[in-house]
Each structure stands twice: as structure tokens, then as C-alpha cells.
Write a protein that binds this ligand. Structure first.
Ligand code: PLP
Length: 359
């Protein structure tokens, strides 16, 4: 177990009514913090009361965005356990993003142990209603008080926790997605594979435009030919074509989603053929016309599975509607299965669950 200093809070907060708070608005009593300085490495791992932090107005992240983050979840599990889903994979991905942004690597075992310790301390913050969870946000940001554009010498790693309501509070529902052929978010050789703020900043305007046009989210195409499918705002995208599960390959422009991995592993275990490859919009349209594009759905930590009822090209006035705009049977089955893995209703044969504490 890592040597993590613990600073006790004088008072603890009242827990909010989680059905009323949506996503990311309330934070638990404690957070994990660790600092880095060039020549010294990562130091002083500690769990301290959640509070605002002070940064210099010249903080390099505020100006140049050298930062990365993760998002995973803790659940109440059968047998009164507090568990985290695929924690090690999320911490490994944090290090992958760190490499892309020239942020120093973290000791994954230390961060994992600290996270488990934090979740154990905060296990009463894990809400126990259906679909509810405690969202975990690890992040690292450059912390130099310096206005020059260069790789920073100081960093801070923090993990904060936020209880979240069920994503589908009004029932598991399909979304309308707009194929984005005006704006681009990432290109090969860029930052697309990193979970870094720049990718989200680059997606905000297009998201707003899509909303104004009546769509829930945008589907990014490759930034060069505007022809190959990438990913959705905060989800990977998967297709069921002629009974195969097909998803864009990890070409450096999209995130290596942990839920995407889960879906592919489960689909394989169910006996489906799985393909990770380039998918063009022409191929999709043809498969749709031929009646072979059976289902489309997104995958991500927030929604787990998000069935797509409609895929539209605003500029070309083309629309594809799946399952009459209703949930497809594969997406429903996959959602139920992964939801069951989170809560222990489905046996964890994959080793995705890590127990942080017992009630
Ligand atoms: C851009 C992007 N793609 C894909 C995903 C899905 O990744 P995961 O399944 O690891 O949550 C996310 C969410 O984290 C995301 O922000």
C-alpha cells in the first residue's frame, strides 16, 4: 500500500439528493492530491478535505492547456461492497495521455492504491439507486507560474469524486446524432487519442450548432478526407452490420475508450465477430440501403451504452433511422449486461471489478 498522508476534515457535508443533482455538481468530502517538480519527481501523495485550490494567474495550464484527465466510476456492489470498474485500465490510460502531452508518468500502483483508499474513505458517497454511481475524476495539470510556451516543470495530480444520478433517469433512450462535415476535431498526429481539455474545447462550438439543429451530439469524421467515421463527442461509436460488431480502429484520432473495450470483449464472448477498422460514410449509407446496418450505438463511461435512433447529415439532408428510432436489441442486451457487471448482478468473469471497501 502506498504511503498516503491523510488529513481529516473537521466537519463532513450533508449528502445531496442524488436524483436532483444530475452530473458533476456536488463533490465528496475528500480528494487525493500529489505534486511533481522536475528533479524531485512526484511527491507528497495525500488525501485531504475537498477545497478550492490556489493557482498563479500565470499558471501554464490556464494559458496553454497542458493537462489530462480520466473519468471512471465507483458502484455499490452485491454483498455490500464499494467497487471501481476497470480502475487499472483508466490509470494506465492516464499515463498514455501523459505521454502524448509530455506530462511525467505516474506510478500506476501508487495512484491505484490511493484511489482505492479514497473510495474506501468516501464509500458512503456512492449512491445506491439504480444506475447511480460515484463519478471519479483523476486529472493532472501543469502548474508552472510562467508565461513562456514550453513543457512545464511542475504538475499537480488530483482525484475528485462526484455522486451522479442515473444517466437514463427517464428510461434508456436513443439519441439523434449529426454527422459533422463542417468542423473537425482531431487529425492523425494530433491529440485525438489523449483525454486532454483541448479536444473538448475543440468540440464545444460544433456541439452547440448540432443542438440548435435538433441533434443531441456530433459524430466526428476524419479531419483530412472527411470521409471516415471517428467518434461521438464523449463516446466511441459502434455499428452492428450484417450481424458483425464494427467500430473505427484506434488510429490516433480517437480515444481508446474503456467501455468500447468492454463492449468488444463481451461481444466476442457472446460469439460475435468483431472488427476494428476504417469505416467510410459511403459504406454506412450503402449498408443502410441494403438493410444491413442493423444498429448504431455509442459507448462511454457516462451513459455506458447510448443507442442511436437517427444519424443525420445536416448539410446533405440525408437521414438514417434505426429500429424506427427505438432501442436496438443488441444495444439493450449490452447495456443490461454491463450495468449488471457494475452492480454484481452479472458475474465478473473478466476481472473488471476492484473492491475498495465493504459496508
Ligand atoms: C472523446 C471521448 N471518446 C470516447 C469516450 C469513451 O471512453 P470511456 O469508455 O473510457 O469512458 C469518452 C469518455 O470518456 C470521450 O470523452
Amino acid at each position: 500500500m502506498a504511503d498516503v498522508r491523510f488529513v481529516k476534515a473537521d466537519t463532513l457535508k450533508a449528502k445531496p439528493d442524488v436524483t436532483k443533482i444530475g452530473f458533476g455538481t456536488h463533490f465528496s468530502d475528500y480528494m487525493f492530491v500529489m505534486d511533481y517538480e522536475e528533479g524531485k519527481g512526484w511527491y507528497d501523495p495525500r488525501i485531504v478535505p475537498y477545497e478550492d485550490i490556489k493557482v498563479s494567474p500565470a499558471n501554464t495550464t490556464l494559458h496553454y492547456g497542458q493537462a489530462i484527465f480520466e473519468g471512471c466510476k465507483a458502484y455499490r456492489y452485491k454483498g455490500n461492497k464499494a467497487v471501481v470498474f476497470r480502475a487499472k485500465d483508466h490509470i494506465a490510460r492516464l499515463n498514455k495521455s501523459a505521454k502524448i502531452l509530455d506530462i511525467p508518468q505516474v506510478d500506476e500502483k501508487l495512484v491505484y492504491d490511493a484511489l482505492m483508499q479514497l473510495i474506501n474513505i468516501e464509500k458512503d458517497w456512492i449512491p445506491d439507486g439504480p444506475g447511480q454511481s460515484l463519478y471519479i475524476r483523476p486529472f493532472i495539470f501543469a502548474n508552472d507560474p510562467y508565461l513562456g510556451v514550453s513543457v512545464s516543470k511542475c504538475y499537480k495530480l488530483m482525484i475528485i469524486l462526484s455522486p451522479v444520478a442515473a444517466y437514463y433517469a427517464h428510461g434508456f433512450a436513443p439519441v439523434k446524432i449529426m454527422v459533422e462535415d463542417t468542423y473537425v476535431r482531431a487529425v492523425r498526429g494530433g491529440l485525438g487519442a489523449a483525454k486532454t481539455p483541448a479536444n473538448y474545447a475543440a468540440s464545444l462550438h460544433a456541439g452547440l450548432v448540432a443542438h440548435e439543429k435538433g441533434y443531441d451530439q456530433t459524430l466526428w469524421l476524419d479531419g483530412v478526407e472527411r470521409k471516415y467515421i471517428g467518434e461521438v463527442g464523449s463516446m466511441n461509436i459502434l455499428f452492428k452490420i450484417d450481424n458483425k460488431i464494427v467500430t473505427p480502429e484506434l488510429d490516433g484520432t480517437i480515444l481508446d475508450g474503456i467501455t468500447r473495450r468492454t463492449v468488444l470483449q463481451v461481444a466476442k464472448a457472446w460469439g460475435y465477430e468483431v472488427e476494428e477498422r476504417r469505416i467510410s460514410t459511403d459504406e454506412l449509407l450503402q449498408a443502410y440501403k441494403d438493410g444491413k446496418l442493423e444498429e448504431v450505438f455509442g459507448s462511454g463511461t457516462a451513459a455506458v451504452i447510448s443507442p442511436v435512433g437517427e444519424l443525420g447529415y445536416d448539410n446533405a439532408d440525408t437521414k438514417m433511422v434505426f429500429n424506427d428510432g427505438k432501442i436496438g436489441p443488441f444495444a439493450q442486451k449490452m447495456y443490461d449486461y454491463i450495468d449488471g457487471l457494475h452492480t454484481g448482478e452479472v458475474e465478473d468473469t473478466f476481472g473488471f471489478i476492484d473492491v475498495a471497501g465493504q459496508y
